[in-house]
Design a binder for this molecule. Structure first.
Ligand SMILES: Nc1ncnc2c1ncn2[C@@H]1O[C@H](COP(=O)(O)OP(=O)(O)OP(=O)(O)O)[C@@H](O)[C@H]1O
Ligand SMILES: [Mg+2]
Length: 324
């Protein structure tokens, strides 16, 4: 079975110009998102998840941020090439939801006005039709009494409800791809589970593709069918969620899995964590970027590991685990 590729990122490198010089934050990253799938993008803080998302959205801060290499295409259309009219592509076909809905919403404007503004950008039709669609969208994302809620301001809603409003705004353009960047991190566990359920419903109902970004592999297990694990701007491992949890090949992935709190398990203080810290971008060691924290590292790890591909899996490690 061949799947239809919606988004293709190939060999993408991104640099930032900073006071400390030019920092490479994403290094030759490649992955694909198939039509209708939820892909998890996971890795510790600073590994380049948001910068990758912003690049797909065309929101990389300029002129400090720069794509120095590689391609990002949506159904074959180049998203990095300055020549394409990207306003319409990104406005209509890709939408994004951020971690903190309070900062993304305008605090002094009613929910309804903000949603209708997004709808009017994409739909022709009368104000009445826009209003009807706003009510429909709010209902679709699980907001009770949507016609009442439209009249409220962001601060009158709970965190979970605000995130639902953000998802409604993202859906206004009927996107094919939704990028959700830590959309549930600021929410408590019960509300987080409800938002994950909502995203799964939207995927099923609209055939929506989703890139779900998180530092939490536990959340990935709930929602994504495939996972890309990033470490310090590079790909560490890619696999179906099932394969990744059953048999992680990269020691970093194994460390992430071992540090997921389990329901019945020991207090959080006893959970293993991955020792050491990510090297700073300014003095990233040559070779494997994980080697200073890796229990399996040897002399060969000063050489950059090639990416090994086995079927639909990929990993970048000289000492892969579970290969028997
Ligand atoms: N505007 C910027 N200027 C300079 N460096 C930046 C800028 N934005 C991000 N970076 C750097 O790029 C790297 C990747 O950042 P990014 O925000 O993508 O990480 P992340 O994986 O999303 O982390 P988190 O889980 O904390 O959200 C970090 O080292 C960050 O400091
Ligand atoms: Mg981020």
């Amino acid at each position: 079975m061949t799947e239809e590729k919606l988004l293709e990122i190939s060999d993408l490198s991104i640099d930032f110009a900073t006071d400390e010089g030019v920092l490479n934050v994403v290094d030759r990253l490649s992955f694909e998102v198939n039509a209708g799938e939820i892909l998890g993008l996971v890795g510790e803080s600073g590994c380049g998840k948001s910068v990758t998302a912003l690049t797909i959205m065309g929101l990389l801060p300029r002129p400090s941020g720069r794509v120095t290499r590689g391609r990002v295409t949506l159904s074959g259309l180049d998203l990095v090439d300055e020549g394409t009219d990207l306003g319409t592509v990104r406005g209509n076909r890709i939408a994004m939801v951020f971690q903190e809905p309070m900062t993304a919403l305008n605090p002094v404007q009613r929910i309804g006005a903000q949603l209708i503004e997004a709808i009017a950008l994409h739909d022709t039709g009368t104000p009445d039709l826009h209003l009807a669609r706003a009510v429909e969208l709010l209902a679709r994302v699980g907001i009770p009494a949507p016609d009442q809620r439209l009249k409220e301001y962001p601060h009158q809603l709970s965190g979970g409800m605000r995130q639902r409003v953000m998802i409604a705004i993202a859906l206004a353009s009927r996107p094919e791809l939704l990028i959700a960047d830590e959309p549930t991190t600021a929410l408590d566990v019960t509300i987080q589970a409800q938002i994950l359920d909502l995203l799964l419903e939207l995927q099923a109902d609209y055939g929506l593709s989703i890139i779900f970004i998180t530092h939490d592999l536990g959340v990935i297990a709930e929602i994504a069918s495939r996972v890309v694990v990033m470490y310090a701007g590079r790909i560490a491992e890619e696999a179906s969620t099932t394969d990744l949890f059953r048999n992680a090949h990269h020691p970093y992935t194994r460390g992430l899995i071992d540090s997921i709190p389990r329901m019945e398990s020991v207090p959080k203080s006893v959970l293993p964590t991955i020792d050491g810290i990510v090297p700073t971008l300014a003095d990233m060691p040559p070779g494997c970027r994980f080697r200073n924290r890796c229990g399996y590292a040897s002399d060969v790890c000063v050489e950059e590991p090639a990416i090994t591909r086995i079927g639909l899996r990929r990993f970048s490690c000289h000492h892969p685990l579970g290969m028997a």
